[in-house]
Design a protein around this ligand. Sequence first.
Ligand SMILES: NC(=O)C1=CN([C@@H]2O[C@H](COP(=O)(O)OP(=O)(O)OC[C@H]3O[C@@H](n4cnc5c(N)ncnc54)[C@H](OP(=O)(O)O)[C@@H]3O)[C@@H](O)[C@H]2O)[C@@H](O)CC1
Ligand SMILES: [K+]
Length: 546
Amino acid sequence: MIVAYDSRTVRTAEAPLLASGAPLMERAAFALAGIVAREVRSQVGRVPGSRVVVVVGPGNNAGDALFAGARLARAGVQVTAVLTSERTHEEGFAAFRAAGGRWMSLVASLSAPDEPAREHGVSVATAVGTVMEADVVLDGLLGLGSSGALRGVTRDLVGALVRARARSEHRSPLVVAVDVPSGIGVDDGSVPGAVLPADVTVTFGAVKAGLLLPPAARLAGRVESIDIGLSLHTADVDGQDRPAVRRLTAQDLVHQRLLAPPGADAHKYTRGVVGVVAGTEQFPGAAVLTVSGAIRTGTGMVRYLGARDVTAAVLAARPEAVPAGGRVQAWALGPGISTAPPATDDATRAQQGRIRHTLAHATGELSSDVVGDKVPAVVDAGALALLPRACPPWVVITPHAGELAQLLRARGEDVERPDVEAEPLRWAQRARELTGATVLLKGEVTLVVGPGCVYSQADGPAWLATAGAGDVLTGVLASLLAAHSSAAVKEPALPARLAAAASLIHGLAAHRANPGGPISALDVADALPGTIAQILRDHASDRRTR
Ligand SMILES: NC(=O)C1=CN([C@@H]2O[C@H](COP(=O)(O)OP(=O)(O)OC[C@H]3O[C@@H](n4cnc5c(N)ncnc54)[C@H](OP(=O)(O)O)[C@@H]3O)[C@@H](O)[C@H]2O)[C@@H](O)CC1
Ligand SMILES: [K+]
Protein backbone atom coordinates (compact mmCIF):
# COMPACT_ATOMS: atom_id res chain seq x y z
CA MET A 1 0.00 0.00 0.00
CA ILE A 2 1.14 3.52 -0.73
CA VAL A 3 0.22 5.92 2.05
CA ALA A 4 0.33 9.70 1.98
CA TYR A 5 0.14 12.30 4.73
CA ASP A 6 -0.92 15.90 5.10
CA SER A 7 1.65 18.61 5.74
CA ARG A 8 0.76 19.06 9.40
CA THR A 9 1.43 15.39 10.13
CA VAL A 10 4.76 15.52 8.31
CA ARG A 11 5.87 18.67 10.14
CA THR A 12 4.84 17.12 13.48
CA ALA A 13 6.94 14.05 12.70
CA GLU A 14 9.91 16.20 11.62
CA ALA A 15 9.88 18.45 14.68
CA PRO A 16 11.51 16.16 17.27
CA LEU A 17 14.14 15.04 14.79
CA LEU A 18 15.02 18.62 13.87
CA ALA A 19 15.17 19.52 17.56
CA SER A 20 17.65 16.72 18.14
CA GLY A 21 19.78 17.93 15.25
CA ALA A 22 19.04 15.12 12.79
CA PRO A 23 20.41 16.15 9.38
CA LEU A 24 17.10 15.85 7.53
CA MET A 25 17.91 18.32 4.79
CA GLU A 26 21.31 16.74 4.14
CA ARG A 27 19.61 13.36 3.76
CA ALA A 28 17.00 14.83 1.43
CA ALA A 29 19.59 16.67 -0.69
CA PHE A 30 21.87 13.63 -0.88
CA ALA A 31 19.05 11.44 -2.21
CA LEU A 32 17.81 14.17 -4.54
CA ALA A 33 21.26 14.67 -6.07
CA GLY A 34 21.57 10.91 -6.63
CA ILE A 35 18.24 10.73 -8.44
CA VAL A 36 19.04 13.78 -10.57
CA ALA A 37 22.43 12.29 -11.49
CA ARG A 38 20.67 9.08 -12.55
CA GLU A 39 18.14 11.00 -14.65
CA VAL A 40 20.87 13.12 -16.25
CA ARG A 41 22.85 10.00 -17.11
CA SER A 42 19.84 8.43 -18.77
CA GLN A 43 19.13 11.67 -20.68
CA VAL A 44 22.62 12.50 -21.93
CA GLY A 45 24.69 9.42 -21.19
CA ARG A 46 27.03 11.12 -18.69
CA VAL A 47 26.97 13.27 -15.58
CA PRO A 48 30.04 15.60 -15.86
CA GLY A 49 29.43 18.36 -18.37
CA SER A 50 25.65 17.98 -18.30
CA ARG A 51 23.48 21.02 -17.51
CA VAL A 52 21.11 21.33 -14.59
CA VAL A 53 19.08 24.40 -13.56
CA VAL A 54 17.60 24.71 -10.09
CA VAL A 55 14.75 27.20 -9.75
CA VAL A 56 14.40 28.17 -6.11
CA GLY A 57 12.10 30.06 -3.78
CA PRO A 58 12.43 31.51 -0.29
CA GLY A 59 12.24 28.49 2.03
CA ASN A 60 13.62 25.08 2.92
CA ASN A 61 12.37 23.58 -0.33
CA ALA A 62 15.00 25.80 -1.95
CA GLY A 63 17.49 24.49 0.64
CA ASP A 64 16.98 20.92 -0.58
CA ALA A 65 17.42 22.01 -4.20
CA LEU A 66 20.51 24.19 -3.53
CA PHE A 67 22.33 21.55 -1.45
CA ALA A 68 21.56 18.98 -4.15
CA GLY A 69 22.79 21.49 -6.74
CA ALA A 70 26.05 21.87 -4.78
CA ARG A 71 26.59 18.11 -4.84
CA LEU A 72 25.93 17.97 -8.58
CA ALA A 73 28.30 20.90 -9.19
CA ARG A 74 31.03 19.02 -7.30
CA ALA A 75 30.36 16.02 -9.58
CA GLY A 76 31.16 18.17 -12.62
CA VAL A 77 27.64 19.20 -13.62
CA GLN A 78 27.18 22.80 -14.86
CA VAL A 79 24.56 23.95 -12.38
CA THR A 80 22.76 27.29 -12.50
CA ALA A 81 20.36 28.51 -9.83
CA VAL A 82 17.48 30.83 -10.73
CA LEU A 83 16.40 32.75 -7.63
CA THR A 84 12.87 34.10 -7.47
CA SER A 85 12.75 35.73 -4.10
CA GLU A 86 14.59 38.39 -2.12
CA ARG A 87 15.54 35.75 0.39
CA THR A 88 16.50 32.15 -0.13
CA HIS A 89 17.93 29.34 1.96
CA GLU A 90 21.17 30.96 3.17
CA GLU A 91 23.27 27.89 4.00
CA GLY A 92 22.10 26.12 0.86
CA PHE A 93 22.96 29.15 -1.29
CA ALA A 94 26.38 29.50 0.35
CA ALA A 95 27.15 25.79 -0.20
CA PHE A 96 25.93 26.08 -3.78
CA ARG A 97 28.22 29.04 -4.56
CA ALA A 98 31.14 27.44 -2.76
CA ALA A 99 30.74 24.37 -5.02
CA GLY A 100 31.03 26.58 -8.10
CA GLY A 101 27.35 26.90 -8.93
CA ARG A 102 26.34 29.87 -11.08
CA TRP A 103 23.24 31.89 -10.34
CA MET A 104 20.88 34.58 -11.53
CA SER A 105 18.05 36.30 -9.70
CA LEU A 106 14.72 37.49 -10.99
CA VAL A 107 14.56 40.12 -8.26
CA ALA A 108 16.55 43.31 -8.44
CA SER A 109 18.19 42.84 -5.08
CA LEU A 110 19.03 39.74 -3.17
CA SER A 111 19.50 40.45 0.56
CA ALA A 112 22.45 42.73 -0.31
CA PRO A 113 20.80 45.59 -2.23
CA ASP A 114 24.05 47.37 -3.03
CA GLU A 115 25.88 44.40 -4.46
CA PRO A 116 26.54 45.23 -8.13
CA ALA A 117 25.94 41.91 -9.77
CA ARG A 118 24.79 41.58 -13.34
CA GLU A 119 22.94 38.43 -12.31
CA HIS A 120 20.44 40.53 -10.36
CA GLY A 121 17.14 41.48 -11.89
CA VAL A 122 17.36 39.29 -14.99
CA SER A 123 14.21 39.02 -17.03
CA VAL A 124 11.84 36.06 -16.91
CA ALA A 125 12.66 35.49 -20.61
CA THR A 126 16.39 35.17 -19.80
CA ALA A 127 15.66 32.68 -17.01
CA VAL A 128 13.35 30.67 -19.27
CA GLY A 129 16.05 30.58 -21.97
CA THR A 130 18.55 29.19 -19.45
CA VAL A 131 16.11 26.59 -18.19
CA MET A 132 15.16 25.43 -21.67
CA GLU A 133 18.82 24.75 -22.53
CA ALA A 134 19.28 22.49 -19.50
CA ASP A 135 19.09 18.71 -19.44
CA VAL A 136 17.23 18.68 -16.14
CA VAL A 137 15.46 21.40 -14.17
CA LEU A 138 14.79 21.07 -10.44
CA ASP A 139 11.62 22.73 -9.22
CA GLY A 140 12.63 23.92 -5.74
CA LEU A 141 10.31 26.93 -5.60
CA LEU A 142 7.86 25.84 -2.90
CA GLY A 143 7.19 22.76 -0.84
CA LEU A 144 5.18 22.15 2.31
CA GLY A 145 4.98 25.87 3.05
CA SER A 146 3.06 26.71 -0.12
CA SER A 147 -0.36 28.29 0.13
CA GLY A 148 -2.73 29.07 -2.73
CA ALA A 149 -1.78 29.80 -6.33
CA LEU A 150 1.78 30.87 -7.07
CA ARG A 151 2.24 34.61 -6.67
CA GLY A 152 4.35 37.36 -8.16
CA VAL A 153 7.48 36.56 -10.09
CA THR A 154 7.22 32.86 -9.18
CA ARG A 155 3.90 32.71 -11.01
CA ASP A 156 5.36 34.65 -13.97
CA LEU A 157 8.31 32.28 -14.24
CA VAL A 158 6.26 29.08 -13.98
CA GLY A 159 3.65 30.38 -16.43
CA ALA A 160 6.39 31.26 -18.94
CA LEU A 161 8.07 27.87 -18.49
CA VAL A 162 4.80 26.02 -19.07
CA ARG A 163 4.27 28.02 -22.28
CA ALA A 164 7.87 27.51 -23.43
CA ARG A 165 7.62 23.76 -22.94
CA ALA A 166 4.33 23.64 -24.84
CA ARG A 167 5.94 25.58 -27.73
CA SER A 168 9.18 23.63 -27.79
CA GLU A 169 9.05 21.12 -30.62
CA HIS A 170 12.36 19.44 -29.99
CA ARG A 171 13.72 19.23 -26.53
CA SER A 172 12.79 20.55 -23.18
CA PRO A 173 14.44 19.66 -19.92
CA LEU A 174 13.28 16.81 -17.76
CA VAL A 175 11.51 18.28 -14.72
CA VAL A 176 12.30 16.95 -11.25
CA ALA A 177 10.01 18.40 -8.59
CA VAL A 178 11.55 18.79 -5.14
CA ASP A 179 9.12 17.34 -2.58
CA VAL A 180 6.03 18.46 -4.59
CA PRO A 181 5.43 20.27 -7.89
CA SER A 182 5.39 23.90 -6.67
CA GLY A 183 1.93 25.43 -6.51
CA ILE A 184 -0.18 22.30 -5.96
CA GLY A 185 -2.45 22.06 -2.92
CA VAL A 186 -0.15 19.88 -0.80
CA ASP A 187 -3.03 18.53 1.30
CA ASP A 188 -5.98 18.51 -1.07
CA GLY A 189 -4.48 17.95 -4.52
CA SER A 190 -5.97 21.16 -5.90
CA VAL A 191 -4.27 23.08 -8.71
CA PRO A 192 -5.19 26.70 -8.04
CA GLY A 193 -2.88 28.19 -10.70
CA ALA A 194 0.06 27.50 -13.01
CA VAL A 195 2.23 24.50 -12.07
CA LEU A 196 5.26 23.11 -13.90
CA PRO A 197 4.33 19.46 -14.58
CA ALA A 198 7.02 17.13 -13.26
CA ASP A 199 8.40 14.00 -14.85
CA VAL A 200 9.64 12.84 -11.46
CA THR A 201 8.74 14.07 -7.98
CA VAL A 202 11.24 13.28 -5.23
CA THR A 203 9.36 13.53 -1.97
CA PHE A 204 10.94 13.42 1.49
CA GLY A 205 9.93 11.66 4.68
CA ALA A 206 6.51 10.60 3.39
CA VAL A 207 4.42 10.90 0.26
CA LYS A 208 2.36 14.11 0.48
CA ALA A 209 -1.40 13.71 0.05
CA GLY A 210 -1.56 16.08 -2.91
CA LEU A 211 0.74 13.81 -4.93
CA LEU A 212 -1.92 11.09 -4.97
CA LEU A 213 -5.00 13.29 -5.23
CA PRO A 214 -6.58 14.55 -8.44
CA PRO A 215 -6.15 16.87 -10.23
CA ALA A 216 -2.59 17.52 -8.89
CA ALA A 217 -1.62 13.84 -9.09
CA ARG A 218 -1.25 14.04 -12.85
CA LEU A 219 1.33 16.86 -12.49
CA ALA A 220 3.61 14.84 -10.20
CA GLY A 221 4.88 12.28 -12.74
CA ARG A 222 6.63 9.31 -11.15
CA VAL A 223 6.76 9.75 -7.37
CA GLU A 224 9.93 8.60 -5.55
CA SER A 225 9.67 8.68 -1.78
CA ILE A 226 12.87 9.14 0.22
CA ASP A 227 13.17 7.87 3.77
CA ILE A 228 14.78 10.61 5.86
CA GLY A 229 14.07 8.91 9.16
CA LEU A 230 10.56 10.07 10.08
CA SER A 231 8.51 7.44 11.85
CA LEU A 232 4.93 7.56 10.65
CA HIS A 233 2.37 4.84 11.16
CA THR A 234 0.29 3.34 8.44
CA ALA A 235 -2.18 1.57 10.72
CA ASP A 236 -5.92 2.07 10.50
CA VAL A 237 -6.13 3.74 13.89
CA ASP A 238 -7.16 7.20 14.92
CA GLY A 239 -4.21 9.37 15.73
CA GLN A 240 -2.16 12.28 14.57
CA ASP A 241 -0.15 10.37 12.05
CA ARG A 242 -2.98 8.56 10.36
CA PRO A 243 -2.46 8.56 6.58
CA ALA A 244 -4.55 11.14 4.75
CA VAL A 245 -4.72 9.05 1.58
CA ARG A 246 -4.05 5.42 0.75
CA ARG A 247 -3.48 3.65 -2.55
CA LEU A 248 -3.85 -0.12 -2.82
CA THR A 249 -1.40 -2.19 -4.83
CA ALA A 250 -1.93 -5.65 -6.34
CA GLN A 251 -0.01 -7.12 -3.42
CA ASP A 252 -2.56 -5.67 -0.96
CA LEU A 253 -5.38 -7.49 -2.75
CA VAL A 254 -3.80 -10.79 -1.76
CA HIS A 255 -2.23 -9.85 1.58
CA GLN A 256 -5.44 -8.29 2.88
CA ARG A 257 -7.47 -11.19 1.44
CA LEU A 258 -9.59 -8.84 -0.65
CA LEU A 259 -9.05 -11.42 -3.40
CA ALA A 260 -8.62 -15.05 -2.46
CA PRO A 261 -9.00 -18.36 -4.26
CA PRO A 262 -12.06 -20.32 -3.08
CA GLY A 263 -11.47 -22.98 -0.45
CA ALA A 264 -12.10 -26.67 -1.18
CA ASP A 265 -15.48 -26.49 0.58
CA ALA A 266 -16.64 -23.37 -1.31
CA HIS A 267 -20.13 -23.09 -2.71
CA LYS A 268 -21.97 -20.25 -4.40
CA TYR A 269 -23.02 -18.55 -1.17
CA THR A 270 -19.48 -18.60 0.28
CA ARG A 271 -18.22 -17.10 -2.98
CA GLY A 272 -21.03 -14.54 -3.00
CA VAL A 273 -24.26 -14.06 -4.92
CA VAL A 274 -24.73 -10.78 -6.77
CA GLY A 275 -28.12 -9.36 -7.70
CA VAL A 276 -28.16 -7.03 -10.71
CA VAL A 277 -30.87 -4.48 -11.48
CA ALA A 278 -29.52 -2.79 -14.60
CA GLY A 279 -30.47 -2.09 -18.19
CA THR A 280 -33.67 -1.31 -20.01
CA GLU A 281 -34.72 -1.91 -23.61
CA GLN A 282 -33.08 1.42 -24.40
CA PHE A 283 -29.72 0.40 -22.85
CA PRO A 284 -29.62 -3.43 -22.72
CA GLY A 285 -25.81 -3.49 -23.08
CA ALA A 286 -25.35 -2.02 -19.61
CA ALA A 287 -27.04 -5.09 -18.14
CA VAL A 288 -24.74 -7.42 -20.10
CA LEU A 289 -21.65 -5.49 -19.00
CA THR A 290 -22.62 -5.33 -15.33
CA VAL A 291 -23.46 -9.03 -15.22
CA SER A 292 -20.24 -9.86 -17.11
CA GLY A 293 -18.17 -7.75 -14.69
CA ALA A 294 -19.59 -9.64 -11.72
CA ILE A 295 -19.33 -13.13 -13.24
CA ARG A 296 -15.82 -12.57 -14.59
CA THR A 297 -14.61 -11.43 -11.14
CA GLY A 298 -15.47 -14.88 -9.80
CA THR A 299 -18.77 -14.38 -8.07
CA GLY A 300 -20.65 -17.54 -7.07
CA MET A 301 -23.84 -16.66 -8.92
CA VAL A 302 -25.48 -13.63 -10.54
CA ARG A 303 -29.21 -13.05 -10.38
CA TYR A 304 -30.49 -10.68 -13.03
CA LEU A 305 -33.74 -8.72 -12.73
CA GLY A 306 -35.09 -6.78 -15.69
CA ALA A 307 -37.42 -6.71 -18.66
CA ARG A 308 -37.87 -9.86 -20.75
CA ASP A 309 -35.94 -8.67 -23.82
CA VAL A 310 -33.04 -7.41 -21.71
CA THR A 311 -32.99 -10.69 -19.79
CA ALA A 312 -32.75 -12.50 -23.12
CA ALA A 313 -29.76 -10.35 -24.10
CA VAL A 314 -28.08 -11.04 -20.75
CA LEU A 315 -28.63 -14.79 -21.06
CA ALA A 316 -27.38 -14.82 -24.65
CA ALA A 317 -24.11 -13.25 -23.49
CA ARG A 318 -23.87 -14.92 -20.06
CA PRO A 319 -25.85 -18.17 -19.82
CA GLU A 320 -24.57 -18.55 -16.23
CA ALA A 321 -26.85 -15.71 -15.07
CA VAL A 322 -30.04 -16.68 -13.24
CA PRO A 323 -33.05 -14.63 -14.36
CA ALA A 324 -34.87 -14.75 -11.02
CA GLY A 325 -34.86 -13.23 -7.54
CA GLY A 326 -33.80 -15.06 -4.38
CA ARG A 327 -31.05 -14.72 -1.81
CA VAL A 328 -28.54 -12.02 -2.76
CA GLN A 329 -25.37 -10.96 -0.89
CA ALA A 330 -24.66 -7.70 -2.74
CA TRP A 331 -26.56 -5.64 -5.27
CA ALA A 332 -25.44 -3.88 -8.43
CA LEU A 333 -28.03 -1.20 -9.15
CA GLY A 334 -28.54 1.35 -11.86
CA PRO A 335 -26.35 0.96 -14.98
CA GLY A 336 -28.35 1.56 -18.16
CA ILE A 337 -31.31 3.06 -16.32
CA SER A 338 -32.38 6.61 -17.06
CA THR A 339 -31.10 9.12 -14.54
CA ALA A 340 -34.15 11.37 -14.78
CA PRO A 341 -37.19 10.24 -12.80
CA PRO A 342 -40.08 10.21 -13.24
CA ALA A 343 -39.64 7.64 -15.97
CA THR A 344 -41.76 7.90 -19.05
CA ASP A 345 -41.86 4.21 -19.91
CA ASP A 346 -43.11 1.20 -18.00
CA ALA A 347 -39.86 -0.76 -18.25
CA THR A 348 -37.81 2.02 -16.64
CA ARG A 349 -40.50 2.56 -14.01
CA ALA A 350 -40.35 -1.14 -13.18
CA GLN A 351 -36.56 -1.06 -12.81
CA GLN A 352 -36.75 2.06 -10.64
CA GLY A 353 -39.35 0.38 -8.46
CA ARG A 354 -37.04 -2.64 -7.99
CA ILE A 355 -34.15 -0.36 -7.08
CA ARG A 356 -36.18 1.60 -4.51
CA HIS A 357 -37.43 -1.59 -2.94
CA THR A 358 -33.97 -3.20 -2.91
CA LEU A 359 -32.32 -0.14 -1.39
CA ALA A 360 -34.96 0.14 1.30
CA HIS A 361 -34.19 -3.43 2.37
CA ALA A 362 -30.43 -3.36 1.83
CA THR A 363 -30.00 -0.23 3.93
CA GLY A 364 -32.23 -1.52 6.71
CA GLU A 365 -34.72 1.31 6.12
CA LEU A 366 -37.55 -1.24 6.08
CA SER A 367 -37.41 -3.28 9.22
CA SER A 368 -37.38 -6.86 8.20
CA ASP A 369 -36.97 -10.21 9.85
CA VAL A 370 -35.44 -11.76 6.79
CA VAL A 371 -31.93 -12.92 7.64
CA GLY A 372 -29.34 -11.35 5.41
CA ASP A 373 -31.63 -8.55 4.26
CA LYS A 374 -29.10 -5.85 5.07
CA VAL A 375 -26.57 -6.34 2.31
CA PRO A 376 -24.09 -4.10 0.51
CA ALA A 377 -25.21 -2.35 -2.65
CA VAL A 378 -23.46 -0.51 -5.46
CA VAL A 379 -25.52 2.45 -6.59
CA ASP A 380 -24.60 3.65 -10.06
CA ALA A 381 -26.04 5.80 -12.87
CA GLY A 382 -29.87 5.72 -12.79
CA ALA A 383 -29.96 4.43 -9.22
CA LEU A 384 -28.16 7.53 -7.90
CA ALA A 385 -31.33 9.60 -8.15
CA LEU A 386 -33.15 6.94 -6.09
CA LEU A 387 -30.70 6.97 -3.19
CA PRO A 388 -32.41 7.18 0.23
CA ARG A 389 -31.71 10.37 2.21
CA ALA A 390 -29.52 8.52 4.70
CA CYS A 391 -27.43 5.48 3.84
CA PRO A 392 -25.06 3.21 5.75
CA PRO A 393 -21.45 2.89 4.52
CA TRP A 394 -22.18 -0.47 2.91
CA VAL A 395 -24.04 1.43 0.21
CA VAL A 396 -21.35 2.47 -2.27
CA ILE A 397 -22.27 5.17 -4.76
CA THR A 398 -20.17 5.27 -7.94
CA PRO A 399 -20.79 8.58 -9.74
CA HIS A 400 -18.56 10.38 -12.21
CA ALA A 401 -18.04 14.13 -11.68
CA GLY A 402 -21.23 15.17 -13.49
CA GLU A 403 -23.37 12.66 -11.61
CA LEU A 404 -21.84 13.69 -8.29
CA ALA A 405 -22.64 17.35 -8.98
CA GLN A 406 -26.23 16.38 -9.80
CA LEU A 407 -26.55 14.32 -6.62
CA LEU A 408 -25.13 17.19 -4.52
CA ARG A 409 -27.42 19.75 -6.15
CA ALA A 410 -30.39 17.55 -5.27
CA ARG A 411 -29.20 17.89 -1.67
CA GLY A 412 -28.97 21.66 -1.76
CA GLU A 413 -25.32 22.25 -2.74
CA ASP A 414 -24.46 24.87 -5.32
CA VAL A 415 -22.03 22.87 -7.43
CA GLU A 416 -21.43 22.08 -11.10
CA ARG A 417 -19.33 19.43 -12.78
CA PRO A 418 -16.24 21.72 -13.21
CA ASP A 419 -16.29 22.40 -9.46
CA VAL A 420 -16.15 18.68 -8.76
CA GLU A 421 -13.35 18.26 -11.30
CA ALA A 422 -11.35 21.08 -9.68
CA GLU A 423 -11.78 19.79 -6.10
CA PRO A 424 -12.82 16.15 -6.29
CA LEU A 425 -11.76 15.29 -2.73
CA ARG A 426 -13.75 18.14 -1.22
CA TRP A 427 -16.94 17.20 -3.06
CA ALA A 428 -16.60 13.45 -2.57
CA GLN A 429 -16.22 14.13 1.15
CA ARG A 430 -19.25 16.40 1.07
CA ALA A 431 -21.31 13.69 -0.65
CA ARG A 432 -20.26 11.23 2.02
CA GLU A 433 -21.29 13.67 4.77
CA LEU A 434 -24.66 14.32 3.15
CA THR A 435 -25.58 10.75 2.24
CA GLY A 436 -23.67 8.54 4.71
CA ALA A 437 -22.78 6.27 1.77
CA THR A 438 -19.26 5.28 0.77
CA VAL A 439 -18.37 7.37 -2.28
CA LEU A 440 -16.38 6.13 -5.26
CA LEU A 441 -15.83 9.11 -7.57
CA LYS A 442 -14.76 7.88 -11.01
CA GLY A 443 -12.11 9.73 -12.97
CA GLU A 444 -8.59 9.50 -14.37
CA VAL A 445 -7.71 9.10 -10.70
CA THR A 446 -10.57 7.40 -8.85
CA LEU A 447 -11.25 8.58 -5.30
CA VAL A 448 -12.96 6.51 -2.67
CA VAL A 449 -14.16 8.19 0.53
CA GLY A 450 -15.38 6.02 3.38
CA PRO A 451 -15.69 6.57 7.13
CA GLY A 452 -12.29 7.96 8.19
CA CYS A 453 -10.50 6.87 5.05
CA VAL A 454 -9.64 8.11 1.58
CA TYR A 455 -8.27 5.94 -1.23
CA SER A 456 -6.92 7.19 -4.51
CA GLN A 457 -6.45 4.70 -7.35
CA ALA A 458 -4.77 5.55 -10.65
CA ASP A 459 -4.47 2.16 -12.25
CA GLY A 460 -6.23 2.19 -15.62
CA PRO A 461 -4.92 3.50 -18.96
CA ALA A 462 -6.54 6.58 -20.53
CA TRP A 463 -8.13 4.14 -23.02
CA LEU A 464 -10.42 3.05 -20.18
CA ALA A 465 -12.48 6.24 -20.62
CA THR A 466 -14.93 4.38 -22.85
CA ALA A 467 -18.68 3.74 -22.77
CA GLY A 468 -19.67 0.87 -20.55
CA ALA A 469 -16.42 0.67 -18.56
CA GLY A 470 -18.26 1.99 -15.50
CA ASP A 471 -20.90 -0.74 -15.84
CA VAL A 472 -18.17 -3.38 -15.67
CA LEU A 473 -16.71 -1.66 -12.59
CA THR A 474 -20.12 -1.84 -10.91
CA GLY A 475 -20.16 -5.59 -11.51
CA VAL A 476 -16.60 -6.05 -10.21
CA LEU A 477 -17.35 -4.11 -7.04
CA ALA A 478 -20.64 -5.93 -6.42
CA SER A 479 -18.76 -9.22 -6.77
CA LEU A 480 -16.17 -8.19 -4.12
CA LEU A 481 -18.89 -6.90 -1.79
CA ALA A 482 -20.85 -10.16 -2.17
CA ALA A 483 -17.76 -12.20 -1.31
CA HIS A 484 -17.33 -10.12 1.91
CA SER A 485 -21.01 -9.42 2.45
CA SER A 486 -21.44 -9.78 6.21
CA ALA A 487 -18.03 -8.25 7.03
CA ALA A 488 -18.84 -5.27 4.78
CA VAL A 489 -22.01 -4.60 6.79
CA LYS A 490 -20.14 -4.89 10.12
CA GLU A 491 -16.87 -3.07 9.36
CA PRO A 492 -17.61 0.52 8.27
CA ALA A 493 -14.33 1.04 6.39
CA LEU A 494 -14.33 -2.29 4.52
CA PRO A 495 -16.67 -1.21 1.68
CA ALA A 496 -14.24 1.64 0.88
CA ARG A 497 -11.30 -0.77 0.80
CA LEU A 498 -13.25 -3.10 -1.48
CA ALA A 499 -14.22 -0.18 -3.71
CA ALA A 500 -10.55 0.78 -4.05
CA ALA A 501 -9.75 -2.88 -4.76
CA ALA A 502 -12.42 -3.01 -7.48
CA SER A 503 -10.99 0.10 -9.11
CA LEU A 504 -7.51 -1.43 -9.03
CA ILE A 505 -8.61 -4.78 -10.52
CA HIS A 506 -10.64 -2.96 -13.19
CA GLY A 507 -7.63 -0.78 -14.12
CA LEU A 508 -5.26 -3.75 -14.30
CA ALA A 509 -7.76 -5.67 -16.44
CA ALA A 510 -7.90 -2.71 -18.83
CA HIS A 511 -4.10 -2.82 -19.22
CA ARG A 512 -4.23 -6.54 -19.80
CA ALA A 513 -7.10 -6.29 -22.33
CA ASN A 514 -4.90 -4.53 -24.87
CA PRO A 515 -1.63 -3.10 -23.59
CA GLY A 516 -1.11 0.36 -25.07
CA GLY A 517 -4.14 0.31 -27.37
CA PRO A 518 -7.90 0.81 -27.61
CA ILE A 519 -10.15 -1.31 -25.46
CA SER A 520 -13.87 -1.84 -25.22
CA ALA A 521 -15.76 -2.37 -21.98
CA LEU A 522 -16.44 -6.02 -22.78
CA ASP A 523 -12.70 -6.54 -23.42
CA VAL A 524 -12.10 -5.31 -19.86
CA ALA A 525 -14.67 -7.76 -18.47
CA ASP A 526 -13.12 -10.59 -20.49
CA ALA A 527 -9.64 -9.74 -19.18
CA LEU A 528 -10.75 -9.99 -15.54
CA PRO A 529 -10.21 -13.75 -14.98
CA GLY A 530 -6.66 -13.62 -16.37
CA THR A 531 -5.88 -10.47 -14.39
CA ILE A 532 -7.07 -12.04 -11.14
CA ALA A 533 -5.15 -15.25 -11.82
CA GLN A 534 -2.01 -13.19 -12.43
CA ILE A 535 -2.46 -11.20 -9.20
CA LEU A 536 -2.96 -14.39 -7.18
CA ARG A 537 0.07 -16.07 -8.84
CA ASP A 538 2.33 -13.06 -8.35
CA HIS A 539 1.55 -12.53 -4.68
CA ALA A 540 0.40 -15.87 -3.24
CA SER A 541 3.97 -16.97 -2.54
CA ASP A 542 5.06 -13.72 -0.83
CA ARG A 543 1.97 -14.01 1.39
CA ARG A 544 3.07 -17.49 2.46
CA THR A 545 6.55 -16.25 3.32
CA ARG A 546 5.37 -13.29 5.40
N1 LIG B 1 12.67 21.52 7.91
C1 LIG B 1 13.59 20.68 7.38
O1 LIG B 1 14.71 20.53 7.84
C2 LIG B 1 13.24 19.93 6.21
C3 LIG B 1 12.50 20.53 5.20
N2 LIG B 1 12.35 19.94 4.03
C4 LIG B 1 11.95 20.73 2.87
O2 LIG B 1 11.40 21.96 3.31
C5 LIG B 1 10.18 22.21 2.65
C6 LIG B 1 9.31 23.07 3.47
O3 LIG B 1 10.02 24.25 3.67
P1 LIG B 1 9.34 25.58 4.22
O4 LIG B 1 8.53 25.28 5.37
O5 LIG B 1 10.45 26.52 4.44
O6 LIG B 1 8.38 26.03 3.05
P2 LIG B 1 8.65 26.32 1.50
O7 LIG B 1 7.53 25.66 0.82
O8 LIG B 1 10.01 26.03 1.04
O9 LIG B 1 8.49 27.92 1.38
C7 LIG B 1 7.37 28.53 1.97
C8 LIG B 1 7.44 30.05 1.69
O10 LIG B 1 7.04 30.28 0.37
C9 LIG B 1 6.26 31.46 0.29
N3 LIG B 1 5.03 31.15 -0.36
C10 LIG B 1 4.00 30.38 0.13
N4 LIG B 1 3.04 30.26 -0.74
C11 LIG B 1 3.42 30.96 -1.84
C12 LIG B 1 2.81 31.20 -3.09
N5 LIG B 1 1.61 30.71 -3.38
N6 LIG B 1 3.49 31.92 -3.98
C13 LIG B 1 4.69 32.44 -3.71
N7 LIG B 1 5.32 32.25 -2.51
C14 LIG B 1 4.68 31.52 -1.60
C15 LIG B 1 6.06 31.96 1.67
O11 LIG B 1 6.92 33.03 1.86
P3 LIG B 1 6.35 34.52 1.99
O12 LIG B 1 5.58 34.77 0.71
O13 LIG B 1 5.46 34.48 3.17
O14 LIG B 1 7.54 35.35 2.12
C16 LIG B 1 6.48 30.79 2.55
O15 LIG B 1 7.12 31.20 3.72
C17 LIG B 1 9.64 20.83 2.38
O16 LIG B 1 8.68 20.83 1.35
C18 LIG B 1 10.90 20.08 2.02
O17 LIG B 1 11.25 20.33 0.67
C19 LIG B 1 12.97 18.63 3.79
O18 LIG B 1 14.25 18.88 3.36
C20 LIG B 1 13.03 17.81 5.05
C21 LIG B 1 13.75 18.55 6.10
K1 LIG C 1 8.90 22.11 -5.22
